[in-house]
Write a protein that binds this ligand. Sequence first.
Ligand code: KG4
Ligand code: ZN
Length: 334
Amino acid sequence: KQDTYILGIETSCDETAVAIVKNGTEIITNVVASQIQTHKQFGGVVPEIASRQHVEQMTLVLEQALKEANLLPSELSAVAVTEGPGLVGALLVGIQAAKAFAFANNLPLIGVHHIAGHIYANALVTELEFPLLTLVVSGGHTELVVMKEHGDFQVIGETRDDAAGEAYDKVARVLHLPYPGGPHVDRLAMEAEEKVSFPKVWLEEGSYDFSFSGLKSAVINYKHNAEQKGEEITPSAVAAGFQESVVEVLVTKTMRAANEYGVAQILAAGGVSANKGLRTALKAACEKAGIPLVIPPLSLCTDNAAMIAAAGYHMFLAGKRSDYALNGRPGMEL
Ligand code: KG4
Ligand code: ZN
């Protein structure tokens, strides 16, 4: 059987990324040019600046990936690119590059959902076993997704307001930590000797949805009240309390869904799955329940193109193709 090499391109937010993946599982090359240093000074991603930096980086990253892989374009099987969701200007840079490369080399073009990519990052570390449940926790998404087979995504719960990563980044801002704040809140929480108690939001009984904006407000109010009284807050205690509230709700709902759907595997996906508190709690809960847990290594949790190539591989096998009318879809549904 001939090997299938998929070239993946990802530019939905602030990472310009190109990767080549063999047979949906083996990373040949995975190049990520991060813009974090640029956006840091603004405390968040500035969409117009992101688009412009993607334009500057795109060709360089693509060239580097091809060079590292030591493959000819004719040895590739298809080009997979993030179609959405994301920042439209940023998405368009990757999509145009994918179209040009596919056209010039006579390769099929496949538009991939960014969250499908995050889920398929797990296919790069293990063989997926169905039915499976993925806890998707990124800067833009918090979702519980059940998959009964490749390409079949059933969203059984999602956030009604802020994404988990967004809540982390906002709380980090309140604590004057640099952007992106998630890793800093995580580190502080790990160092904490005490914990402030914050509410845990469960929503209606049986719901798999999430809500994090109330928790974020609780942290803001806590700091405000302390300031009014002229008291100092302990940032690590705030971080630990916030993290406990987020992690407990995420893990409890994940395990309840895993039981209800009788899944063979639980996966974690997205930038927040890099969180040490979440990884530890999820691991303990899965061990207790006897359900295998898969969490990608940190470099595959955050945005990258290997995950897009891995998801694209299964779409390629399923015969899915995009045409040259492919457009960025900022609000694309899974
Ligand atoms: O998946 P991702 O790289 O980009 C999106 O598609 O959104 O996720 C980025 C998010 C940011 O909000 C960042 O603060 C968060 O993931 N993050 C973390 C950690 N590492 C990254 N949040 C909590 N703890 C971490 N260790
Ligand atoms: Zn992402």
